[in-house]
Unconditional design. Structure first.
Length: 263
């Protein structure tokens, strides 16, 4: 049983639980005089619920405990429900675009994710690429370490890596042989300054481009619209708000050039 099937089962039970709670609230409200007595609607048990009731060994470890708990809940409450096929289809599409290896380590079948040769994806990595325009590309010999989250569109060049806990928003391009330290944040979303009642105004997005051979230290934040030149180094903890020239070291908040490097 694959992740999409298991997710369908989980969705069915969650929906059944919500539906049962709503019926319970409605039936517990005081009855107005002169109105007919409310009755709960009788519904057929959904086939997904029946499948879950017979499920003994989920193959995806990340969902096993949740599904078993849901199974017990269904058995205890004898929930009945119906789910529209369109809703399930929508959830399937969303799940295929946002997948965590807590559920599966097989990325080769995911749509909108292009993997080169000898790509390594560690545990806990999350990709969000729900449509072709959000395509994520990991080139040959690249790596993404554990607990990182990447939103497409995104491109990672050959022999580059993102260390643990990285957060990458949409429209980021990373060149060849780039080293990105742990807990780095590449933030392409921003807001216009709004009125006093709401200072975070209209959202806008600007791309980030990281040149070949760049080394980015731990906990660096790079803001949208920035290009980092080839061969440069960004010191740990820096906040990069402006373009970085080639072959320099920048550091600080905000980041500034502190040294030039040999080409």
């Amino acid at each position: 049983m694959d992740i999409i099937q298991l997710a369908d089962l989980g969705l069915a039970i969650h929906t059944a639980t919500f539906d049962a709670e709503q019926r319970s609230v409605m039936l517990s409200r005081p009855q107005e005089p002169g109105l007919p007595k409310r009755r709960a609607r009788s519904r057929e048990r959904h086939p997904l619920v029946l499948r879950l009731l017979t499920l003994s060994k989920p193959t995806s470890r990340g969902l096993e405990q949740e599904l078993l708990a849901l199974r017990r809940q269904v058995e205890a409450n004898d929930l009945k429900m119906e789910i529209l096929a369109a809703d399930l289809a929508r959830v399937r599409r969303e799940l295929r675009g946002f997948v965590s290896p807590a559920a599966t380590n097989d990325y080769t079948t995911l749509p909108n994710l292009d993997l080169g040769k000898d790509v390594r994806i560690h545990a806990g990595v999350r990709f969000m690429a729900p449509t072709p325009k959000h395509r994520i590309t990991l080139s040959n010999n690249s790596q993404v370490f554990r607990d990182s989250e990447i939103i497409g569109p995104f491109f990672l060049g050959k022999r580059s890596f993102i260390n643990r806990g990285g957060f990458v928003q949409a429209n980021v391009t990373i060149g060849v042989s780039v080293a990105i330290g742990p807990f780095v944040r590449l933030i392409t979303d921003n807001h216009e300054v709004g009125a006093q009642a709401r200072r975070a105004g209209q959202v806008h997005t600007l791309p980030i481009v990281i040149g070949d051979g760049v080394w980015i230290g731990a906990s660096v934040t790079i803001i949208g619209g920035v290009t980092v030149g080839r061969g440069s180094i960004i010191g740990a903890g820096a906040l990069v708000t402006k373009d970085v020239p080639e072959n320099v070291v920048v550091a600080g908040v905000p980041a500034r050039v502190i040294r030039e490097l040999e080409p």
